[in-house]
Design a protein around this ligand. Structure first.
Ligand code: ATP
Length: 371
């Protein structure tokens, strides 16, 4: 039986944004057709540096309204170093959107894809499967647009609240539980700097309070500097980690490096009522328009969107479509011949989109990865 069509706010943004959004939406529609579902209702909306130049607003109210009324939001990338606000800062409305829609849980899965060799010599480095959860509405980013600066000093203040920490900790514990049901260890690491900063000791205390409701999950702790080391030395020790906004920003790029680059790293920013799905990378202005961009992170973000919609809208077919996209990505890369330009190969947007589209086409409905 067909479910009600899902309406998606689509924000291609700047730089490589549009180049990777078009094939992504095509792939999402292809997956829905394959599971016999109605096509997505596409609502393409303007936001970003281009919108700022054209309309004088980086995140127009019509875009915010369109995001609020959609079932989910698919965002590519925003920002252009050559377009700045009068104070010199870059246009980053994707961060404003996280605040506006209270998207407090930044989910960054770090999953190796077979055939995409990571940088580590140890073979366990090519079989990674952990998730970094980044608090996305406060921390050091609470200071965006509010910091101070004069001739002698500049300040940005880190804000950690009980509400913000409790809800992201709860989210991460629930995620660890869901993963445990699928055979993962059921461990959650709190990543902080509780030995130095009051705000971070508070973060850890609130994390500990949240832990009481999840006795089935093993709690671990790591100082962010030590975790950065371990993520290079033996990242396979992690299952789920939760951390402050800025630490999460940095560690998620490090994590992307472990699985073949930013073009392979999907993400989601999830709140209680809305969610944005967006690759970890930025607008990559250095390669925009060259065709070199890797759209895989965008595809996998779309797959995460379908998985989320499956739960939110009680639409199991969407989950199936999401798992099909993941399986198609895996199949496209499996023999190692598809090598993106960021890894020194020749495959860009067209080659990778074609390969994943063909792999999706070839998937058998009975494939056990999908059911
Ligand atoms: P932001 O701060 O907005 O996240 P950033 O400063 O981290 O952005 P990116 O735009 O993510 O920068 O780009 C960092 C580097 O990674 C650039 O050299 C860019 O070309 C490369 N890169 C980013 N995304 C991709 C992609 N999808 N495919 C190939 N290369 C990419």
């Amino acid at each position: 039986m067909k479910n009600k069509p899902m309406s998606i706010a689509i924000l291609p943004g700047d730089g490589i944004g549009e180049e990777i959004t078009k094939p992504c939406v095509k792939l999402l529609q292809q997956a829905l057709a394959k599971v016999g579902e109605a096509p997505l209702i596409e609502r393409w909306l303007e936001a970003g540096a281009g919108a700022y130049t054209k309309l004088g607003e980086a995140l127009p109210q019509t875009t915010i309204d369109g995001c609020r009324s959609a079932d989910a939001i698919l965002l590519a990338a925003m920002g252009d170093p050559s377009v700045r606000y009068p104070d010199g800062t870059e246009i980053i409305p994707q961060i404003d959107l996280r605040f506006e829609l209270e998207l407090y849980a930044g989910v960054r899965p770090v999953r190796s894809v077979k055939g995409v060799k990571g940088p580590l010599a140890d073979p366990r480095g090519d079989k990674l499967d952990f998730v970094l959860v980044r608090e996305s509405t406060e921390g050091l980013f609470a200071s965006v647009g509010k910091g101070t600066r004069d001739e002698l000093q500049a300040t940005d203040t880190q804000v950690i609240t009980r509400k913000g920490t409790a809800r992201v900790s709860d989210f991460a514990f629930r995620l660890a539980q869901q993963r445990k049901e699928k055979g993962h260890p059921g461990e959650l690491t709190c990543v902080d700097k509780a030995n130095v900063f009051k705000s971070m000791a508070f973060f850890r205390d609130v994390f500990d309070e949240a832990a009481a409701a999840y006795p089935d999950i093993t709690r671990r702790y790591g100082y962010v500097d030590a975790v950065a080391l371990e993520m290079v030395r033996r990242p396979w020790i992690y299952d789920v980690m939760v951390t402050e906004n800025m630490f999460g920003d940095i560690l998620s790029d490090l994590a992307a490096g472990l699985i073949g680059g930013l073009g392979m790293a999907p993400s989601a920013d999830i709140g209680d009522d809305h969610a944005v799905f967006q690759p970890c990378h930025g607008s990559a202005p250095d390669i925009a328009g060259s065709g070199k961009a890797n759209p895989t992170a965008m595809f996998l973000s779309g797959a995460m969107m379908f998985e989320w919609l499956a739960g939110e809208k009680n639409n199991p077919a969407a989950g199936k479509a999401g798992r099909m996209i993941v399986a198609a990505v895996d199949d496209a890369y499996a023999d190692g011949s598809l090598v993106s330009t960021e890894r020194g190969g020749n495959a860009g947007v067209v080659e990778i989109s074609d390969a994943v589209g063909a792999a999706l086409d070839a998937l058998e409905p009975a494939d056990r990865r999908i059911s």
